[in-house]
Structure formats: C-alpha cells, structure tokens
Design a protein around this ligand. Structure first.
Ligand code: TMP
Ligand code: MG
Length: 211
C-alpha cells in the first residue's frame, strides 16, 4: 500500500471566494482519502487556534481594527508558525488538505489596494503546494448560498475584486474546478485531482514558495 512506501505526503490547497464550498469539499475529500487508507489531515488558514490566529479572528469579526499591512503580516505569520509542523507531517508521509493558503493572503489584501509584490513577499519560503484547486463560483452565486456569516470581507463588491486577483495568481499548479456544478460532481473531480497528485509527488522533494 501507499503508506508503507514511505513517500512523502502531498500539500493540496483549496482556494476560492467565501461561500465557494471549500470547507465542505475539504471535509468530503478528507473522508474519502481516509477511506482509501491514505494518511491525510485537514488543515485551514487562518488557523484560529493560535495566539496570532485569535488576533486574526477578532479582526475578521470586526471586534478589533488593524492597519491593512499589519493584518496582512499576521495572516502570513499564522502560516509561518505552522511551517515546521507542516514540513514534518509531509515528510512523514501525511497528505495535508488545506482550506486556504498564501493565495488567499495575496488576493484579499491586494483587493484592498495593497501592492501585489509587497503582499507576496512575506510568504516566500513557505512550503509550495503540489496542487492548488480553485473552486470557481461567481461572487453573486456565492452570496446567494445561505448568506454570508457577517465577517469583515463578506461583501459582494469586495469579493469581485478578490476574484480578479485570484485570477491573476493562477499558475501551473492550479486546477480550476467549476464550483457551481452539483456538489457530487465537484467532489468527484477533486477526488481524481488529489489522488493523481498524491501518487505523483511521493518521490518529489518539497519545494519552497517563490511565486
Ligand atoms: P475563512 O472564512 O476561510 O475562515 O477565512 C476568513 C477570511 O480571511 C476570509 O474572508 C479570507 C480571509 N483571508 C485573508 O484575508 N488572508 C489570508 O491569508 C487568509 C488565509 C484568509
Ligand atoms: Mg469565511
């Protein structure tokens, strides 16, 4: 079986607008992989469980105000504080299914008008994903989905700008999946993409994010 071959795990990232279905699909993908006997964990950023994560969470809930660059760097720090654990999990053969990563960091901050290169810089040196799955849903459609939860960025005009920035970040590791298709269809596509990725990257070394 795959586990005993001692290959490394894959870093699979899901990205998309708020209410694009990422969290549900991450959970479905994770339980599928576990059912296949694959060692996998579900992660998410922001990780609200750390001290930095609590500051981010308060900011998103509009309970605190922070300068745009300050919150950007906190989101990045929240990934840096998990980098060592992420590396040891991956090298130990565990696949990580991650709900949001550096692309959220850049797309959301750039949508506020911050310089894109400035936004990318603090994440250089984090672990580069093996696969980024972008769940593509029109901002209007996402907004219809049970309404936003009232967090800071959950406004349709803002999400449109975020979508434009996501678009310009796409590179060769990205697969765009139509998130407006039925949940089961999306799930099926994610299973195939993730399974292929896990097989292909077993013998590949980890690399760092360079953008
Ligand atoms: P969540 O709803 O997935 O928990 O994410 C919370 C919000 O934080 C969401 O609107 C996206 C935003 N975000 C950033 O602005 N920068 C980041 O680096 C990350 C990971 C999320
Ligand atoms: Mg949210």
């Amino acid at each position: 079986d795959a586990g005993s071959k001692s290959g490394r795990g894959a870093l699979v990232v899901l990205e998309g607008l708020d209410r694009s279905g990422k969290s549900s699909q991450c959970a479905r993908l994770l339980s599928y992989l576990e059912g296949q006997g694959c060692r996998a964990e579900g992660w998410r950023f922001p990780d609200r469980g750390t001290c930095v994560g609590q500051m981010i969470s308060a900011y998103l809930a509009n309970e605190s105000q922070l300068d745009d660059r300050t919150i950007h760097l906190l989101f990045s720090a929240n990934r840096w504080e998990k980098r060592a654990l992420m590396e040891s999990k991956l090298l130990g053969g565990t696949t990580l299914i991650v709900d949001r990563y550096s692309y959220s960091g850049v797309a959301f901050s750039a949508a506020k008008g911050l310089d894109i290169q400035w936004c990318k810089a603090p994440d250089v040196g984090l672990i580069a994903p093996d696969l980024v799955i972008y769940l593509d849903v029109q901002p209007e459609k996402a907004a219809e989905r049970g309404g936003y939860g009232g967090e800071r960025y959950e406004k349709i005009e803002f999400q449109k700008r975020v979508a434009d920035h996501y678009h310009s970040l796409r590179d060769s590791t990205w697969k765009v999946v139509d998130g407006s298709l039925p949940m089961e269809t999306v799930e099926e596509q994610l299973r195939e993409l993730a399974t292929n990725c896990i097989q292909e990257c077993q013998e590949k070394p980890l690399t760092n994010l360079t953008w």
